[in-house]
Write a protein of this length. Structure first.
Lengths: 588, 215
């Protein structure tokens, strides 16, 4: 190999900038990279064959960024994507912003025109470090081969330390072509600097303990930070020892087992009524790695007015941003809980949990699988049945659901019970339609032994449907459930609720998705009857190959409960009682 | 209200954009921003004055620290700090000016009252240089205008701020006393291992309580 031949006497290896890129990625234990070649990144692609890294060719660079994102969310490792300069780089932008809003560690490498022509509007030149400035945790423009390895290593550190996030490295073509000595170890960055405002002093810990001990109606708000911090066991131990019920954010689903008796469900705009009522009635909220997003709080002026708030969060800029914290413990959740837990005596009072459970009453989700078939197919059924099927097959711990954005996403959050972390991959903060299919490719690449389901609407699926071809080329056994209602469902629901049913631009024509799959060599099925759901889901899961199911569901179905924008949490619109299927009875 | 931040940042291309972009992103207007070399190599000191909600300071400071290029941030609003601004001002005045033949000496008098210096004299104009607080500069501008003179050009640097007697551990050690920066031994925060000399420079009182900041 040329690498060995060019070994210098100093023990360092002389490599081209392009080779340094791959050698550094290899050193960072990267095994897969998602990308799309082009002029300004061709030297890097030329050097790829010398390194044991698998490259997954995407169909659109947005897909590459989502794949790196899905890869990182499913595995906890850094996802890496690549694109050329100009349009290749700008196509990454939506994916980078998606990762930024959900704090996902990805590293994006873009080619750039030669440093000699930088700033001259050269062919396919775009100022991508300028463009991505507000949507990356940090970015670099590298113009010299010797700076590549330190930049990539620092990028990995930045992406994963503190509150994770995306990092972009823009490498000029001449830097890729030049040669420089390379030694992986010598390029290690300094130890990551913790945010200087991190603090969880003993005084704040004491205040927190006093609040917890005096609370009659405490509630844990479980966020994405639990999984980011690896604090799942600590949260379970904490909740159990204090008998504190747990409500999850959308990205917090799975970080606390849904089957756990203390788990209430999802909070917020489409959260269950008893969860939101519990928040409004609570006298203490313990926010674990969550940021009081507007979808979670509703009207801030009326949010949990009776509750003291303890905010445990790694990002100091989130403290007091939306909701004022009475006690802020700024630090890594796991570390803070490990400090806190031994200082708290066990609590046995379960009255509050019983009170919440009683308040479910008629609002509890009816066990929809036991309902008589009335000929209609509801999206909620489909999603619930996918969960039941996985459970029946003993695969519920080994199933990753990747959703798109819209009604189906909320039904997924309501009707698929996530017991293990990283089993739900969904775009929460940015709400990126078209996320599901590419993110699922990333998830399946990271976790090939798991069953990966795409749940997407007919609208979002068409945004990135070109990646079907990637699935086939990469031989990825991904199952796809298209929830097809002929509308941009969430838009339609808002138009129904707030725009007098003026369905402006929300009806959407779709191709025959099964034929589309077929054209890609993917098996598919149309389902419009409830009884066919489970057998087809089993068939898809067991096929060991990609499989697309087009679920033709009820057209004008709505996601409930729902909190109108600007309304308070307790002012939610309940499930319509006239609908026997979505009406509520005892919890399952 | 106005907040004043003094930030030490790496002296690299694009750092100013990162800082400016942060304020834009937070929808906060920058009133003035000055950048220059600091006492440390490859590090610039910025003084940023911005107009934001009184509770916004904590978040702005925390966000500034999130920039990878930020070394240190201090908010000097409520502490005793020396705040200065440099102003250059060109006034239309000369022997032929409508304000009369003594107009130049009138400007000299005003300048000496305000401790401004004459740095350029042309047949038709005088240039003054003045340092001081913003209100002092505005005072001179007002007096000159009200005296009927035409100000042709004003160039102000914006505020620079420095904390008075800020006894950093570096100063303390230079004076021969031991740093007490890690005095609160029981604190989780003080156990954090800062990799550079930054940690040494943070005084315990800088970890003021965010809640107190708001009250």
């Amino acid at each position: 190999m040329s690498r060995q031949q060019s070994e210098s006497s100093a023990g360092r290896t002389n490599l081209s900038g392009a080779e340094i890129v791959w050698a550094t990625l290899e050193g960072e234990c990267v095994r897969e990279v998602f990308g799309y070649p082009g002029g300004a990144i061709l030297p890097i692609y030329d050097a790829l064959r010398k390194f044991p890294i698998r490259h997954i060719l995407v169909r659109h660079e947005q897909g590459a960024a989502h794949m790196a994102d899905g890869y990182a969310r499913a595995s906890g490792r850094v996802g890496v994507c690549m694109a050329t300069s100009g349009p290749g780089a700008t196509n990454l932008v939506t994916g980078i912003a998606t990762a930024m809003l959900d704090s996902v560690p990805i590293v994006c490498i873009t080619g750039q025109v030669s440093s000699k022509v930088l700033g001259s509007d050269a062919f396919q030149e775009v100022d991508i470090t300028g463009i991505t400035l507000p949507i990356t945790k940090h970015n670099f423009l590298v113009t010299r081969a010797e700076d590549i390895a330190p930049a990539i290593r620092l990028a990995f550190q930045i992406a994963t330390s503190g509150r994770p996030g995306p990092v972009l490295i823009d490498i000029t073509k001449d830097a890729q072509q030049a040669t420089a000595p390379f030694e992986f170890v010598a390029c290690a960055p300094c130890a990551a600097r913790p945010h200087p405002m991190l603090r969880a002093e003993s005084s704040a810990i004491q205040e927190a303990i006093a609040l917890i001990q005096s609370a009659k109606r405490p509630l844990i708000l479980a966020g994405h930070g639990i999984t980011q911090s690896g604090a799942e066991q600590q949260v379970i131990a904490f909740a159990e020892s204090q008998q504190i019920p747990v409500a999850s954010t959308l990205l917090g689903l799975g970080s606390f087992p849904a089957a756990h008796p203390l788990h209430l469900g999802m909070m917020g705009m489409h959260g269950e009524s008893w969860v939101n009522h519990a928040i409004q009635e609570a006298d203490l909220l313990l926010a674990f790695g969550m940021r009081f997003d507007d979808r979670v709080t509703g009207n801030l002026a009326h949010y949990a007015q009776n509750a003291k708030k303890i905010h445990i969060e790694i990002d100091p800029s989130e403290i007091n941003k939306n909701v004022r914290a009475d006690v802020a413990l700024i630090g890594d959740l796991r570390g803070v809980l490990e400090t806190l837990q031994p200082l708290l005596p066990k609590r046995v009072d379960t009255g509050w949990l019983r009170q919440i459970n009683m308040s479910k009453g008629t609002a509890a989700v009816r066990d929809i699988i036991n309902l008589p078939d009335n000929g209609h197919l509801y999206a909620a059924h489909v999603i619930h049945d996918i969960w039941r099927e996985a459970q029946a097959a003993g695969r519920e711990q080994d199933t990753i659901i990747v959703t798109d954005v819209g009604q189906h996403q909320m039904w997924e959050a309501q009707y698929f019970k996530h017991d293990v972390p990283r089993s739900l991959v969904t775009s929460g903060g940015l709400g990126t339609m078209g996320f599901a299919l590419p993110a699922a490719i990333g998830a399946k690449t990271a976790c090939p032994q798991k069953d990966v389901w795409v749940i997407a609407g007919d609208g979002g699926f068409q945004m990135t449907a070109a990646e079907l071809s990637t699935i086939v080329q990469e031989k990825l056994a991904i199952n796809i459930a298209v929830i097809n209602n002929g509308f941009l469902g969430m838009v339609r629901q808002w138009q129904e609720a707030f725009y007098e049913k003026n369905y402006s631009a929300s009806p959407i024509l779709s191709p025959d998705f099964v034929k589309l799959a077929e054209a890609h060599g993917i098996e598919g099925a149309h389902i419009s009857k409830r009884k066919d759901v489970t057998p087809t889901v089993t068939r898809a899961r067991a096929s060991g190959r990609p499989f697309l199911i087009n679920f033709q569901v009820e057209q004008e179905d709505g996601v409930y409960p729902m909190i109108a924008p600007g309304a308070a949490l307790h002012e939610m619109v309940r499930r319509p009682e006239r609908d026997p299927l979505l009406e509520t009875a005892e919890d399952e | 209200m106005l907040h004043t931040f003094v930030a030490l940042v790496e002296d690299k291309p694009g750092v100013l954009t990162r800082v400016a972009s942060l304020f834009r992103r937070l929808n906060v207007n920058i009133v003035s921003l000055t950048v220059g070399e600091s006492e440390r190599p490859d590090t610039s000191r910025m003084t940023i004055v911005c107009d934001a909600h009184e509770h916004a300071a904590h978040r702005i400071r925390a966000s500034l620290y999130k920039l990878e290029t930020t070394v240190h941030v201090d908010e000097v609003d409520r502490s005793a700090a020396v705040v200065r601004e440099l102003c250059l001002m060109k006034i239309a005045v000369g022997p032929a000016s409508p304000n009369g033949p003594h107009s130049r000496s009138q400007i000299f008098e005003l300048a000496s009252v305000f401790r401004a210096r004459v740095v350029d004299l042309a047949p038709e104009s005088i240039m003054l240089e003045m340092t001081g607080s913003s209100s002092k500069i505005e005072g001179l501008v007002q007096v000159i205008t009200e005296s009927g003179y035409t100000i042709l050009e004003v160039s102000r640097t914006g505020r620079m701020a420095m904390r008075r007697g800020h006894h950093t551990s570096r100063v303390l050690s230079a004076l021969g006393s031991k740093s007490n920066a890690d005095g609160n031994g029981a604190d989780y925060s003080s156990k954090l291992d800062f990799d550079d000399n930054l940690g040494d420079e943070i005084l315990p009182n800088e970890f003021e309580n965010v809640h107190e900041e708001e009250t």
